[in-house]
Design a protein around this ligand. Structure first.
Ligand code: AQP
Length: 336
């Protein structure tokens, strides 16, 4: 059986990379599979979050999921901290994962920067919580952007080691699903750096809540090079900014990269940017509007999360009970 799980952090400013690398694909998958989508607030607190903002960001990201087209009846949509089994399994996995594995994680190195000594233990242990998020549901497939591939490999290592250590085929080895044309959307200011919610430069990203004017301004200012546009994808090699903008156009329009190159063969960036702006406004405009409407109804969003959490707990609780039995942790029956 295929069971999809994926998560997104409520760290503010849902951006185009989150939409093209994650949300858009989640919406497609919901038609064919059972899907569990989680707003991973416990991951968010691995770096400092203002408590009041964390709560409102959790609602805003939930609004982003719904506004992008996810149906809360069809999918399980919830926030991680309401399902305690994630954190409980993460502890077991912290005892399964090896220090050497975590030391190789590039996301920790990037996020901790030069001040690793000051980074939280949670930021370092992030991948074992991510493994727990996925495996507490025995999920088989995880749609993610390129940036999360390494964490998913670690999830497979954890599942494999748990199964080997205890001599039981208990956890599946989940597969990444890296879908679409924009698996790694780059910053509009630097084609070698990932577009990110927490980038200090507002001009580096397009937010799902940006107005048409803001989108137009950011695309107009997006870094480019001085060559004319190529007729084939080969011509995008060694042109990171052009390749990024073409990838975004392809993903937003559902055209192939070849088709986008043919369409703009020999044109100037100004013409391309004008069409990219129109396309981005058509796709993102309605999502931003619907997000604003949903955010003005926090009661509804909280109800969606409460309902999803209850459904998630119903799947997670028996899996955790089995894990505790396998590991040999004694539980009284009345705790079940
Ligand atoms: N630039 C991107 N291109 C493609 N996919 C992306 N994703 C994020 N940025 C890009 C995908 O979005 C999903 C949710 O990501 P996340 O919020 O859990 O964390 P992240 O990957 O760390 O995203 P950000 O925007 O960079 O957040 P901050 O700044 O808070 O760390 C994942 O599937 C991710 O691949």
């Amino acid at each position: 059986m295929t069971l999809i799980f994926s998560g997104i952090q409520p760290t503010g400013n849902l951006q185009l990379g989150n939409y093209l690398g994650a949300l858009k694909n989640w919406v497609t998958l919901q038609h064919d599979y059972e899907c569990i989508y989680c707003v991973v607030d416990l991951h968010a607190v691995t770096v400092w979050q203002e408590p009041k903002e964390l709560a409102s960001n959790t609602r805003e990201v939930t609004a982003g999921l719904l506004a992008s087209g996810l149906d809360p009846r069809k999918n399980i949509i919830f926030n991680q901290s309401q399902v305690a089994q994630h954190a409980e399994l993460a502890w077991i996995f912290s005892c399964v994962a090896r220090l050497g594995w975590l030391n190789r994680m590039t996301q920790f190195k990037e996020k901790a920067g030069k001040k690793q000594e000051n980074a939280s233990v949670g930021l370092y242990a992030y991948p074992s919580l991510m493994a727990a998020d996925i495996l507490i549901y025995k999920a088989t497939h995880v749609p993610v952007g390129e940036d999360q591939k390494q964490h998913l490999e670690l999830t497979r290592d954890v599942a494999q080691k748990f199964n080997n250590d205890f001599g039981i085929e208990f956890f599946p080895l989940p597969e990444p699903l890296i879908l679409g044309h924009a698996t790694r959307v780059m910053s509009l200011r630097d084609g070698t750096k990932k577009m990110s919610k927490s980038d200090l430069s507002e001009a580096s990203r397009i937010n799902l809540t940006d107005t048409p004017d803001e989108i137009a301004h950011k695309i107009r200012k997006a870094k480019t090079d001085s060559d004319t546009l190529p007729g084939t994808p080969k011509g995008l090699e060694n042109r990171p900014e052009a390749a990024n903008l073409f990838g975004i156009f392809a993903a937003l329009s559902d055209l192939s990269l070849e088709e986008v190159c043919m369409k703009f063969d020999g044109a100037e960036f100004s013409k391309f940017k004008k069409e990219l702006t129109e396309l981005a406004v058509v796709v993102l405009g309605p999502i931003g509007k619907e997000m604003a409407r949903l955010v003005s109804d926090p009661g509804y969003l909280d109800k969606v999360l409460a309902d999803g959490s209850e459904r998630a707990r119903n799947i997670a609780a028996p899996v955790l009970k089995d894990v505790y039995d396998i590991v040999g942790l004694l539980r009284s029956d009345n705790l079940d």
